[in-house]
Design a protein around this ligand. Sequence first.
Ligand code: GDP
Ligand code: IMO
Ligand code: MG
Length: 426
Amino acid sequence: MPVTVVVGAQWGDEGKAKIIDLLAKEHPMVVRYQGGHNAGHTVVVGDEKYALQLIPSGILYDAVTPVIANGVVVDLPTLFSEIDTLSARGIDCTRLRVSSRAHLIFPWHQSHDAIAEAMRGDDKIGTTLKGIGPAYADKARRVGVRAGEVLDPARFADTVRTRCTAENEIIAAAGGETLDVDEVVAIFAALGARLAPHICDTVNLIHDEVAAGTHVLLEGAQATFLDLDHGTYPYVTSSNPIAGGACAGTGLGPRDIDRVVGITKSYTTRVGAGPFPTELTDDLGDALVDIGREYGTVTGRRRRAGWLDCVMLRHAVRLNSLTELALTKLDVLDTFATVRVCTGYRLDGEELSGYPDRSDVLERVEPVYVDLPGWRADTTGARRPDDLPAGARDLLALVEREVGVPVRVVGVGADRDDYVIWNQGA
Ligand code: GDP
Ligand code: IMO
Ligand code: MG
């Protein structure tokens, strides 16, 4: 199994980082392939908590080479603040490799993100305001600045000055606060010099490792239903988190990928606006948020919460060629009297056969639920399938039946060691 992709199967924050941390033990190279510092990934190791936005979660293992590949948009202030924090905690970050082809985020992207959201009035996306969409838009408009450009410092400084001056005019016209061009140039010249030693042709780096038989883990940020093409447009992010995005985002070909792990919670959450058929807006939703501590790592926003949705997961299997699921946060359901699982959607009284292609249709679907009796027992100490209560085992069996792929790993707590290998597979 040389190349494995880990992808969120819902709307993000499924606990990808914890599963990546688990898999990183057997993958000496861990590669981020899309997104930017809109991601918030938490790994808990005993009393230590690591919150990462850009650096692949694999950095926590000394033997791993962490790579930020070409599909990522890189915010240099965040990258170096993360490097400084990790270094202060004794983690060697000199290993980090950053693709020369990755695009950089600049302060004007954050200005444009805020202006675009303000212009939407009551129909905001609820972006993280990190400049992700505008940075990808500049990439597509072919006016982006790539990380490799820092290797020619004088030219890089000129480019930043020219771009910042041009963007200031657009920001001013939109009524936004213009940037201090000299200050931006000075800050980015210094950050560019820091970035230079990390720059690398990651396409060749990754291919050489794969050819040598090294196990490589491709780490997705965001998730399937935030995918620019396949998510609940326009309430999506601006990259392709789906497994296919891992090819464009790294330069590997589809036939290089052997295994695709979809991460789902035992329920569903979403941050920001957009349709959410199984959302709970009552006390049960509040209980999921409170027990699951569903507040964004990046923005601190309260996440919306609801029951597990197998219609989404079945579609995620299709979109990503999922070979398996990892189901996290089973323990969050420990106290519920009834656990509901959505197994289908109805629209105007008719059962739908597939996942709707339009957000306005998804807004109107009614979930069809299977109700399971809650197990009302603590699962956090479970380490083997037999340790799980019968009700929890029934839930896992139902998910495997409904979704059609095995659930290999089950999360029963935030700590690195809080998991059960449920289905060993073939
Ligand atoms: P990611 O963005 O997909 O990596 O997920 P986040 O890190 O944003 O959010 C997941 C949160 O759930 C983090 O605070 C994790 O520490 C926590 N977490 C992960 N797995 C489990 C689990 O099995 N049980 C519990 N209770 N918490 C978990
Ligand atoms: P991780 O990797 C959850 C959401 C935002 C917003 C939409 C667009 O931690 O799972 P953007 O700033 O990307 O243009 O915002 O996408 N979003 C996330 N939601 N987890 C994330 O990342 C997210 N990254 C973006 O809330 O609704
Ligand atoms: Mg997150």
